[in-house]
Design a protein around this ligand. Sequence first.
Ligand code: G
Ligand code: G
Ligand code: NA
Length: 253
Amino acid sequence: RAFEGELRRAIDESEFELFYQPQVCISDGILLGVEALLRWRHPEHGLLTPDRFLSTIETGLLASEVGQWVMETACRDAVEIRRRVPDLVMGVHLFGAQFRTGDLAEDVGDVLRRTGLPAAGLELEITENIVLRHDDTMLAPLRALRKIGVGVAFDDFGTGFASLSLLKRYPLTRLKVDRSFVRDICDDCVDAAIVNALVYLATSLGVEVIAEGVETKAQSDLLRATGCHVAQGYLYGRPMPLSKLMDLVATKP
Ligand code: G
Ligand code: G
Ligand code: NA
């Protein structure tokens, strides 16, 4: 696999970075949260996005270690961002390995204590892929995390085959409507109907909903009309380094 032999060095030499993409309130543009997205500043290949190396991490032996670094870094950065945006929620992706090794709820609890981030400031992002690969071994740790106040978001919602049954079994606080449904929402009545139904479903279940991949004002207007209040996408901001995000929040009133 690509880069497999380089992961150890990447960790030891601090080549991994986190970028943060804004999640905003559609009606007033206020920053509510960010999603942490892993980047690899590779000495020869430049800045790599996860499509180049994520599967190498996931199938290798260092996934828990990278996952732990992501959790720790994101929570530390969240504390800094919250100095400007007090209620900001940090969204963090999990690797499957983090469920297999040790006690996820305990590990996350430790990170929260060490960094001083309140549990309500953290939302874990899980995908159908990860859930299906680990089946119900994930339920207990996720329930334990929910109990202490950590959020659980279901990413790429609607793209898998089991989304609805997972919605029934998992302790979710938020659905992230996949950007493939949002892209053509203004032109394709099937996509518009799907998003409408997902927003209705989430709302009926008392689960928050966020639309991903929002790129135009027309999309955001339509989403707002369906009752979706939170969005993420290039219209509001690309994934960016912490320094750039801090500049952004510093200039906002
Ligand atoms: O940054 P980009 O939009 O290319 O990310 C694509 C996908 O890679 C994300 O939707 C997510 O599924 C995955 N990903 C990004 N960062 C992380 C991370 O820190 N940990 C894990 N496990 N997955 C990530
Ligand atoms: O769902 P997931 O967390 O895997 O998605 C994150 C990925 O989506 C990142 O790679 C990010 O760069 C990308 N992304 C974020 N916003 C937009 C958008 O508005 N349009 C498109 N095309 N991609 C986006
Ligand atoms: Na997604």
